[in-house]
Design a protein around this ligand. Structure first.
Ligand code: ADP
Ligand code: MG
Length: 474
């Protein structure tokens, strides 16, 4: 074993691939939509002599990426390292597994792989305002109403609130709002829209190339400075110094400064106190997590946007719309990503996905954790489907009309929960684990032989995974 390990590390080439650079290129070449929906979640595992190993969380995503984007990804990888001739996938459903695999892969390395995030260079190209993120398509709910109104006010009436500081978690719409402000003012005034990361990068680069004068002029001449994700500007004394001066100079001459961050000013770490206190001196507004209604309205709005941009309409059923709105809760970004996926699915297969397909497409985003799926729930749903009582299902009786439902419930318990065979047996009136195995085998066989049975079981599976709320109502 030792020999294999040392041989492997010898084979590793000197210049390692920096996955963050590949990600930047993928985003640029394949577009933000595709990147956000499919490629961002690829985990880089390890680089070998002539191939790389990457991981995604479901088979569906792997197949999707393989069939559509793999060639382009490989080309991008080759730009960074021409020796790479193929890409291999592994499916890693759980994050823990990923960490284990990473640790194993790290055994092959010398431990010097601290990726410093890389910002693509091209001077003053960063001032890009996206016309698709405007006030009109920003959907309002209680969680973001104040932030929206403050942003509108600022774009109508400069220096009304100065600075305006917007904060909130990832994917809540901060960049969208900053962008909308820029878009609104752009035609009338000089606008500079930049992420704090890029501001730092540009700063360092200007020092190196002796170009500080231009840097200063550039920033100090603007009427509106929008700085996104200020939390990334930490440490770096000289840069904070420069920022502070720019900031003061702008405010003194009546220019508007708008800042976004993932936290309130006083929680920013490694940022000078005086900068924090200047941030707090204007208007500070937060964006909170969207509630169900806002999520639902966003889904509806996005579907309408797809209708405008494509000839095919995405006629998702109300059931699916409600399902997505209730299940994808972490952020609006995830919600939008989920819809982009569904949209590309329906364009490529030329059909609207069923609820089952929706779940497969979104599996990694959904929190359909097994804890929600209990054996009790499975029994309830199966009994209802076969119109028998739970007592009958759990009885010792072996009448035909009871055996099949019982076997079905046992089978579903096996595939939808992580309970062991004896545990499952116990939930079915202490049946032996061999009975459990027999039931699972029987149903597996029936599913292969009989189309109707197979589709009934798929239906039941969907009911169990999704219908919890409906269950409670009925
Ligand atoms: P943040 O900068 O807070 O991380 P973004 O502004 O990038 O989040 O938003 C993530 C995605 O969600 C973007 O595609 C954005 O257009 C969309 N989005 C966020 N909030 C809204 C909203 N209220 N209405 C419509 N789309 C939204
Ligand atoms: Mg952002």
């Amino acid at each position: 074993m030792k020999n294999i390990l040392s041989k492997k590390s010898e084979n590793l080439s000197i210049k390692k691939i920096d996955w963050s650079k590949i990600q930047i290129d993928m985003k640029e070449k394949l577009g933000n939509g595709i990147y956000e929906s499919w490629l961002k979640k690829i985990d880089f595992i390890e680089e070998f002599n002539n191939y790389i190993l990457i991981a995604v969380s479901t088979r569906f995503i792997r197949d999707w990426i393989t069939s559509r984007y793999l060639d382009q990804i490989l080309q991008i990888v080759k730009i960074h390292k021409k020796e790479i001739s193929r890409i291999e996938f592994t499916i890693i459903e759980q994050k823990k597994e990923l960490i284990d695999i990473r640790n194993k892969a790290n055994d092959f390395k010398n431990g010097d792989n601290k990726n410093i995030s890389f910002i693509k260079d091209s001077f003053l190209q960063y001032n890009r305002i996206d016309p698709n993120k405007n006030f009109e398509n920003f959907v309002i709910g209680p969680s973001n109403k104040l932030a929206f109104e403050a942003s509108k006010k600022v774009s109508e009436d400069l220096s009304h609130y100065n600075p305006l500081y917007l904060y909130g978690g990832v994917g809540m719409g901060k960049t969208h709002l900053l962008n909308a402000i820029g878009l609104e003012i752009k035609s009338k005034r000089k606008v500079m829209f930049i992420s704090a990361e890029r501001f730092m990068y540009q700063f360092v680069k200007s020092i190196k190339s002796n170009d500080m004068v231009r840097f200063k002029d550039y920033f100090r001449n603007t009427d509106v400075l929008l700085i996104d994700d200020i939390q990334f500007m930490n440490g770096k004394e000289a840069m904070q110094e420069e920022f502070f001066h720019t900031f003061n100079a702008l405010i003194d001459k009546g220019s508007q400064v708008i800042v976004s961050a993932d936290r309130p000013p006083n929680k920013l770490s490694r940022i000078q106190e005086r900068i924090k206190s200047r941030f707090s001196g204007g208007l500070v507004v937060d964006i909170q997590n969207p509630d169900y209604e806002l999520r639902y309205n966003i889904v509806k709005t996005k579907i309408d946007e797809f209708k405008l941009s494509d000839s095919i309409t995405l006629n998702l059923s109300e059931e699916i719309i409600k399902f997505i709105s209730s299940e994808i809760r972490t952020s609006i970004r995830e919600l939008v990503g989920a819809l982009n996926r569904i949209n590309s699915f329906s364009r490529i297969y030329n059909k609207i996905p069923t609820i089952g397909e929706t779940k497969a497409i979104l599996k990694d985003l959904l929190n359909l954790s097994e804890s929600k799926v209990t054996i009790d729930l499975i029994q309830t749903i199966v009994c209802k489907f076969f119109k028998i009582s739970k007592n009958e299902m759990l009885s010792a009786r072996r009448s035909r009309y009871l055996v099949r439902p019982r076997q079905t419930a046992i089978y579903l318990s096996k595939i939808l929960t992580s309970k062991s065979l004896p545990e499952i047996g116990r939930c079915f009136s202490n049946r032996d684990h061999t009975t459990v195995i027999h039931s699972v085998k029987t149903i597996e066989k029936l599913r292969q032989e009989n189309k109707d049975i197979n589709s009934n079981i798929d239906n039941l599976k969907n009911k169990i995974l999704y219908n919890k709320e409906n269950e409670i109502q009925s």
